[in-house]
Write a protein that binds this ligand. Structure first.
Ligand SMILES: NC(=O)c1ccc[n+]([C@@H]2O[C@H](COP(=O)([O-])OP(=O)(O)OC[C@H]3O[C@@H](n4cnc5c(N)ncnc54)[C@H](O)[C@@H]3O)[C@@H](O)[C@H]2O)c1
Length: 245
């Protein structure tokens, strides 16, 4: 799976699945740029460059469209192009419908849906001009089948699939493929807060019988981002141990 010398932006790469994507892509020779609000991205980038691979951290909130547009300019100025956009950053603010506040609704929509829109709209013209691009966004099994207490999150993760299919139609003629990944239950800081008894219950609903580690997701991103995946577009690939079979 080739991503060698490709310039790849990974949003939310300071920890969790995004960190695993950044590390795997760098190991395969990509030039990785991490966009995140958490300064831990500096350490992730340093541990990559310490191995002689290419990575840098830019503090960018994907919810701030001017900052995103400026960050795109900075990347193009430094690296000359953008080949891969991984829209991985995402948040949860879980509550049941009857208890969900406007703030909880808005904040999840802003990051998981508007943030992906801002990043993709800013990067797509660069890819169009080049005639090459790979855009992969984080959906979720929640976007496929809903989840108790996740009205806001489910709306965004289903929305990601809708945007993905639309962008695949609009951008395919420019050599740009657009896909989504629907991770199942993955052990990251996002899911750390979930009580152990619920994690045990989750395992029983997963045919392979274990929860994913971030690297289990990163391989799917690598496939869809690779040169070889040129005929794969407009899909949402579940990587969930069979949970949504
Ligand atoms: N962990 C799971 O079980 C699971 C399941 C399905 C989908 N996902 C999705 O996969 C993606 C990664 O999840 P994770 O578990 O690694 O989460 P995580 O919380 O461990 O990491 C998310 C990263 O996104 C960053 N981020 C949040 N808001 C941001 C913003 N406005 N701008 C830039 N960066 C921002 C965070 O700082 C963090 O570094 C998310 O989109 C999530 O919804 C995760």
């Amino acid at each position: 799976m080739t991503v060698k010398d490709r310039v790849a932006i990974v949003s939310g790469g300071s920890r969790g699945i995004g960190q695993a994507i950044a590390e795997l892509f760098a190991e395969k020779g990509a030039k990785v740029i991490i966009w995140d609000v958490l300064d831990a991205g500096t350490d992730v980038a340093k541990s990559i460059t310490d191995k002689g691979q290419s990575a840098e951290f830019m503090k960018v909130s994907i919810t701030e469209k001017e900052a995103v547009e400026q960050a795109v300019k900075n990347v193009v100025e430094k690296y000359g192009t953008i080949d891969i956009l991984i829209n991985n950053a995402g948040i949860t603010r879980d509550k049941t419908l009857l208890k969900m506040s406007d703030e909880e609704w808005d904040s999840v929509i802003n990051v998981n849906l508007s943030g992906i829109f801002y990043c993709t709209r800013a990067v797509a013209p660069i890819m169009k001009e080049k005639g090459y691009g790979r855009i992969i966004s984080a959906s979720s099994t929640t976007g496929l089948r809903g989840n108790y207490g996740q009205t806001n999150y489910a709306a965004t993760k289903a929305g990601v699939i809708g945007m993905t299919k639309t962008w695949a139609l609009e951008l395919g003629r420019y050599g740009i493929t657009v896909n989504a990944i629907a991770p199942g239950y993955t052990q990251t800081p996002m899911t750390d807060a979930i009580p152990d008894n619920l994690k045990e219950m989750a395992k029983h609903s997963i045919p392979v019988g274990f929860l994913a580690e971030p690297k289990d997701l990163a391989v799917g991103y690598l496939f869809l981002a690779s040169d070889e995946a040129r005929f794969v577009t407009g899909i949402c690939l579940p990587i969930d141990g069979g949970a949504t079979r």
